[in-house]
Design a protein around this ligand. Structure first.
Ligand code: URA
Length: 241
């Protein structure tokens, strides 16, 4: 991996900005192998050096993985002249890391969105060959029925000829004018949940992704908030592919 500037290494954890690292170095609170760093642009090998800030060791990771609770109204893109993107929800230090969303949620869809700069694993998780489950909570117009469930299970063919893999529709509440369900897909085609339910005459009113593979949306995260994945969660993703 080689040597990198201390401020870059420490800021990559997302806990401190580069400016804060400078101030901490000046106060003698950044130690490299037990010795106070002299300057924030001093270099170290993040995979070998023991770096501590304020007495706490820095856990350096080569790649960044974040779980974001995407709010409605935000685009799953890295840049867009016309609107707010998920990257706009991150602090400056993280925006510089080349992160991108792992797949897309529609602008009006909320919930679990992963962001990373680890292209290979992200690509594998999205690849249709790997069939990583994606689970959604959905509210529809109309009453969901066992026939809808059976159609999902059989694998639907949509009006434009799109052939969907078998999917699960678990009905949570079914009333005359509105229903709630958990939908699990093993693929992620454009507007897929909305199109499948529209084809059953039960248009989606609200959609939220709650799970991807082994990862469930963290209930502590409010809309627009994110957290780093733990090392165990990243390993579990490697197992999902
Ligand atoms: N299916 C949809 O229709 N929209 C999403 O954002 C995700 C799945």
């Amino acid at each position: 991996m080689g040597e990198q500037r201390l401020d870059k290494i420490i800021a990559s954890t997302g806990r401190f900005s580069r400016r804060e690292v400078k101030a901490l170095v000046r106060q003698g609170l950044v130690l490299v192998d037990g010795m106070p760093a002299r300057s924030a642009d001093e270099k170290a090998d993040p995979e070998r050096a023991e770096i501590a800030v304020n007495g706490e060791p820095i856990v350096y990771r080569r790649y960044t993985w974040l779980m974001l609770h995407k709010p409605a109204g935000v685009l799953s893109a890295t840049e867009d002249g016309r609107g707010t993107t998920v990257l706009d929800l991150l602090p400056e230090e993280l925006r510089r890391q080349g992160l991108f969303p792992v797949g897309r949620l529609d602008k009006d869809t909320e919930g679990l969105l992963l962001l990373t700069n680890e292209g290979g694993l992200a690509h594998d998780l999205l690849s249709p060959r790997h069939h990583v489950d994606k689970e959604y909570y959905v509210r529809t117009a109309g009453r969901l029925t066992p026939e809808d469930q059976a159609a999902f299970r059989a694998g639907m063919v949509l009006g434009d000829g799109l052939r969907c893999m078998p999917a699960e529709l678990r009905i949570l509440r079914a009333e005359e004018t509105e229903s709630e369900a958990a939908v699990t897909l093993r693929e992620g085609k454009f507007h897929q949940v909305k199109r499948m339910l529209a084809a059953r005459g039960k248009p989606v009113q609200y959609l939220k992704r709650v799970r991807m593979g082994n990862l469930t949306l963290d209930p502590q995260l409010q809309r627009g908030q994110f957290r780093f994945l733990t090392a165990q969660e990243v390993s579990a993703l490697r197992g999902d592919r």
